[in-house]
Design a protein around this ligand. Structure first.
Ligand code: DAH
Length: 339
């Protein structure tokens, strides 16, 4: 029996060294240690072992069992370790790899132009004042010398909400509101959204204007011109020239339209400015004394100049945008180009 046990031990050791997958370990365990296993079978012969030899044989049996068990668990641990290693290798994360980077947002071209215009004016001492977009007819028209049913209302296709309430068609409405509450002298700008029933490549029903108003003693066209030169040079570059053309607005007298040299050709004439070298950009003038009086300002003592322009147009000219509507579609491809 001792001989049998030694043989079994050798056979088991030889066999286990060849086991190369976890599943076969169990077969091995059953084959040697199971109820019908080889060791159990040999143990059945214990009956025939003489009593005095039993302790020695018993010790040998235990030794063989312990050895097989030891080998089994060593092998098992080895398989588990290998499994873990291959799992780790498969799911390897290189924590030193640089991150993929985030998409960077940017300001909308309109916001950038607003920022530039407002900064330039604030640096010249202007205060920013805002007014409501849903406005009374009074501030949008009447207080600006545009009476009800007057033909000059036709210059703007206004969205009326009721007879007396409208979506403001110009930021000039803020002029009237400001004159009502501020004591001269003052310098204000009013940036904001305005609305007109107009829609094509250069007109949008919602667009943006910036209004300026300066009220003081001894104001003249020279002040207006000097201020606008500074503002336009900050906006379009130092070589920019401006020119005044006589015009008409009910709230200014005299009134002018202001052109700036084309930022693309600097006055030579190109496709952008249709060969004229200039771009029509804003309306301006000396505040009509009737408007001052209507808003409670002494027109004998004070005078003022005012200007107003389309901010969308400035953004379009600066960025070479052909269609105003592309600025409101939020097409990510367009916005990326504008970064
Ligand atoms: N509000 C005028 C418009 O929308 C622009 C304008 C012209 C504003 C002359 C002014 C100004 O303040 O003096 O067409």
């Amino acid at each position: 029996m001792q001989e049998q046990l030694k043989q079994l031990k050798e056979q088991a050791m030889a066999e286990i060294s060849k086991v190369d997958e976890k599943a076969s370990l169990n077969e091995f365990r059953v084959k040697y240690l199971g109820k019908q296993g080889l060791l159990t079978q040999i143990l059945r012969g214990m009956r025939d072992v003489p009593a005095e030899q039993r302790p020695v044989v018993g010790a040998l049996v235990n030794e063989v069992r312990a050895l097989i068990e030891e080998q089994l668990s060593a092998k098992e641990a080895d398989f588990e370790k290998r499994e873990m290693e291959s799992e780790l290798a498969k799911n390897y994360i290189d924590i030193t790899e640089p991150a993929q980077g985030h998409e960077r947002g940017a300001l909308h071209p309109l916001s950038k132009v607003f920022e530039l215009l407002i900064d330039s004016c604030v640096n010249m001492g202007f205060k920013v004042v805002e007014g409501p977009e849903v406005e009374l007819d009074y501030y949008n028209f009447e207080a600006l010398n545009i009476p009800k049913n007057h033909p000059s209302r036709d210059m703007q296709d206004t969205f009326f909400i009721t007879d007396n309430i409208l979506l403001r068609s110009q930021t000039s409405s803020v002029q009237a509101r400001t004159m009502e509450v501020m004591k001269p002298p003052f310098k204000i700008i009013s940036p904001g959204r305005v609305y007109r029933n107009d829609s094509d490549a250069t007109h949008s029903p919602v667009f943006h204007q910036m209004e300026g108003l300066v009220i003081d003693e001894n104001i003249s066209m020279a002040d207006l011109k000097a201020m606008l030169i500074v503002l336009m040079r900050k906006t379009f570059g130092e070589q920019t020239q401006i020119r005044f053309r006589p015009s008409f607005f009910p709230f200014t007298e005299p009134s002018v339209e202001v052109d700036v040299t084309c930022p693309s050709c600097h006055g030579e004439g190109c496709r952008l400015c249709k060969g004229t070298g200039f771009m029509e950009l804003l309306g301006a003038g000396i505040v009509n004394p009737k408007v001052l009086e209507a808003n409670g300002i002494d027109s004998k003592k004070y005078r003022g100049f005012a200007f107003g322009f389309g901010v969308d147009r400035v953004a379009m000219v600066k960025n070479g945008i052909a269609d105003i509507r592309s600025m409101f579609k939020n097409d990510i491809r367009f916005l990326k180009q504008m970064k």
